[in-house]
Design a protein around this ligand. Structure first.
Ligand SMILES: Cc1ncc(COP(=O)(O)O)c(C=O)c1O
Length: 441
């Protein structure tokens, strides 16, 4: 017997995140179950998941190995203190992450989310320079349109104005690179756009302005997701890496959406052949099932902390749930599921079909650009004059009515399906989006 609650009798108490609360509560979209590629809505309809939840359920829903691991772990060891105590699965998961990480990234700090991973990496960067006796390096550089979660560090280096403007002075000592969206030159690029590598040179300009010896780290999303899918121009990330190397600046990749197979490789670092000094991850780490994040750190950074006198805590940072038993068990089962099902390879194999399907929407009503990489797609719509975001949100509502979950940000439709997607699902997803666009005002 299902104990499923399909519609609560009062929706007022829950203040929903990143949601138009009043609008939602007038006409709620309630999901009550999920399996494979589909959600089930409260009214019993099946909804094709075109977004892997929120870029996180890379192996699809209700994966038996992950479900079983969580159930078993809850019964065996529900919680262990995270400070000055350990439990085996956190160590095991860290080892397995190091096994799939780019060479040299061999230490892992666990968190509970992408936002916490970002702030953890920023803190480690500043503290790293300080423990090396280079405490003048405190500045952080992010990028316009960047999304690095919602904590104070993340919104400070982030560049999405709506996420920043209500929250006061934020961190000091932060500057921003220009974003890489160049529709006049790069519209309808398939994969990485040709133009824009030179935008990375602004890092040198910014570093020179402040003096490079004051810059602790640069953080970028290798592929910017939340701002509406911006693929890095060819050569751009390589240039950032070189400038960082030349000036002793740490490079942090925020791989919260690109990690765990989204591009058809374990991490974007592998896909682009650029190894950062730290990688921020979350979401796909546990297939989105249990909150967990992980910051992967190069040996030199970790080791710099390890010369503190014996018995001292080397890094005064951590969370009650850092590497918690159930999250660790879910993480191990998730990595095993990815491997057993060959999902990273599958994403790479499907990417050309995905690209062709997406770009078949060129010329449809309202479409002004299409962008793709791996199993990520962005479809930019012409905004309604004076009413930004309205057209894309109408597409989202209409897709949901037609049984397809898409995500919109601004006037951009962002797609990121589970890596288990079949070609027939891609046809349905893209076909539905095309039909909707034809009928939108
Ligand atoms: C690139 C990036 N960084 C950080 C985050 C924040 O992750 P969380 O919502 O788990 O805090 C996200 C979430 O979408 C993200 O896309």
């Amino acid at each position: 017997m299902s104990n499923r609650l399909t519609m609560p009798n009062d929706l007022r108490a829950f203040w929903m995140p990143f949601t138009a609360n009043r609008q939602f509560k007038e006409n709620p979209r309630m999901l009550v179950a999920a399996d494979g590629m589909y959600y089930t809505a409260a009214d019993g309809r099946k909804i094709l998941d075109g977004t892997a939840g929120l870029w996180c359920c890379n192996a699809g829903h209700n994966r038996p190995k992950i479900v079983e691991a969580i159930q078993k772990q809850a019964a065996e060891l529900d919680y262990a203190p995270a400070f000055q105590m350990g439990h085996p699965k956190a160590f095991e998961l860290a080892n397995r992450l190091v096994d799939i990480a780019p060479k040299g990234m061999d230490h892992v700090f666990f968190t509970n989310s992408g936002s916490e991973s970002v702030d953890t990496a920023l803190k480690i960067a500043i503290a790293y320079h300080r423990v090396r006796g280079d405490g003048a390096r405190f500045r952080l550089i992010g990028r316009e349109r960047g999304y690095h979660g919602v904590n104070f560090g993340g919104i400070s280096v982030g560049g999405i104005v709506t996420n920043r403007k209500h929250f006061g002075t934020l961190l000091t000592g932060v500057d921003h690179l220009p974003h890489t969206h160049m529709p006049a030159k790069n519209a309808y690029s398939k994969g990485q756009p040709e133009h824009g590598a030179e935008l990375a040179d602004d890092l040198l300009k910014i570093a020179t302005l402040h003096d490079p010896s004051t810059i602790a780290a640069v953080i970028v999303e290798p592929v910017a997701g939340s701002t509406g899918v911006l693929i890095p121009p060819l050569g751009y990330l390589q240039k950032l890496r070189k400038i960082c190397d030349d000036h002793g600046i740490l490079l942090i990749f925020d791989e919260v959406i690109t990690g765990y197979g989204r591009l058809g490789a374990p991490f974007a670092a592998d896909y682009f052949g650029v190894t950062p000094d730290m990688m921020v991850t979350a979401k796909g780490l546990t297939n989105g099932v249990i909150p967990m994040g992980a910051v992967l750190v190069k040996k030199d950074i970790h080791d710099a902390f390890m010369s503190a006198p014996d018995g001292t805590i080397e890094l005064f940072h951590g969370y009650t749930y850092s590497g918690s038993p159930i999250a660790s068990a879910a993480g191990i089962a998730t990595l095993e599921t990815y491997k057993e099902d060959g999902l990273f390879e599958r994403a790479a194999e499907l990417a050309p079909y995905w690209q062709d399907a997406l770009h078949s929407l060129k010329g449809r009503r309202h479409v002004i650009d299409i962008r793709n990489l791996g199993l990520i797609g962005g479809i930019e719509l012409e905004p309604i004059a004076g009413k930004p975001t309205k057209r894309a949100f109408a597409a989202f509502l209409s897709a949901y009515e037609k049984g397809v979950l898409i995500r919109t940000t601004g006037d951009i439709i962002a797609l990121s399906p589970p890596l288990i997607i079949e070609k027939s699902h891609i046809d349905t997803l893209i076909g539905t989006v095309g039909d909707i666009l034809d009928h939108l005002d």
